[in-house]
Design a protein around this ligand. Structure first.
Ligand code: SAM
Length: 268
């Protein structure tokens, strides 16, 4: 069962959006590394609210997006420019409603960590690629060796509180895979493909403080919150706020974290 992002529509863009220019840099890096041009047929798996898709308006004539969440895709309307209209379909990444060989580029940004059946999703993307096409799987990760931001402690505290309540912070959450895991490359190679791991864009996130992170937790803005029993979430939220007021150092210091769009580019 895919992660149910309809519950994120009221805050997704405000909390997951990028600074101006970041997604344009992603588009240019993607085009540069794949050699795709304006006539290429693009499929975005997990298009969500269109944060990434909107950058393709100036270059992509054929742009198709799928997502499990209709609510997320409805947010795309507010981002359309001119007469550019990506074709949208509600679908699960494991079963895509297109004939084989329909696309030159299949890309998925911040999606694969939600896909426990990620191997099936890679197989499905591969089926849809034309000869010479590329699958681009992207996750946001901190650069190697980067210092942890001060607000990272909020996550540790939350995990500790949940453990104290006898619950694991990823209880009931489908685990996909992070691209740092060699298993992705190995799988692509085992299916006869080649896989290059490439850092496409380095960027600064919008500034965040420990208090902002606590309030996002309390408001249930992380996908790992959505399947916690309500009573557990309420109790953990109360304990987290207590910790913030009593023990957290510099709760209002805003810090911008440096991050990467790290891609696995696969070809068969
Ligand atoms: C973190 S959001 C990323 C959205 C967009 N790619 C972005 O970067 O803003 C993850 C998206 O993947 C979608 N998703 C999760 N599992 C899915 C699945 N099995 N099939 C299709 N979409 C899925 C969610 O509905 C959500 O819109």
């Amino acid at each position: 069962m895919p992660v149910y992002y309809d519950q994120a529509i009221s805050f997704y863009d405000a909390t997951r959006g990028y600074r101006d220019g970041v997604v344009d840099r992603y588009r240019e890096a993607l085009l540069g590394h794949t050699g795709a041009h304006a006539s290429a047929r693009f499929l975005e798996v997990g298009i969500g609210s269109g944060l990434i898709a909107q950058a393709f308006y100036p270059v992509a004539r054929h742009y198709v997006g799928i997502d499990y969440s209709l609510g997320m895709m409805r947010l795309i309307r507010g981002k359309l420019e001119g007469d550019w209209r990506p074709l949208l379909a509600q679908a699960d990444a494991r079963y895509l409603p297109f004939v084989a060989g329909s696309f030159d580029i299949v890309h998925a940004v911040r999606v694969f960590h939600h896909l426990p059946a990620w191997r099936d999703c890679i197989d499905e993307a591969r089926r849809l690629l034309r000869s010479g096409g590329a699958l681009v799987i992207v996750e946001m990760i901190p650069p190697d060796g980067a210092d942890r931001p001060p607000w990272g402690i909020v996550q540790d505290k939350w995990d500790e509180i949940l453990r104290g309540l006898g619950v694991s912070s990823d209880e009931g959450v489908d685990q996909g895979i992070w691209l740092t895991d060699d298993a992705v490359r190995q799988y692509i190679e085992a299916t006869g493909g080649s896989a290059d791991v490439i850092d496409l864009v380095r960027y600064l996130e919008k500034p965040v403080s420990p208090r902002i992170m606590v309030e996002r937790r309390v408001a249930g803005m992380f996908s790992s919150d959505w399947r916690l029993p309500e009573a557990v979430h309420r109790e953990a939220s109360r304990a987290l706020r207590d910790w913030l007021e009593r023990d957290c150092e510099a709760p209002d210091d805003l810090v911008e974290r440096e991050m990467l769009f790290r891609a696995v580019i696969a070809r068969w």
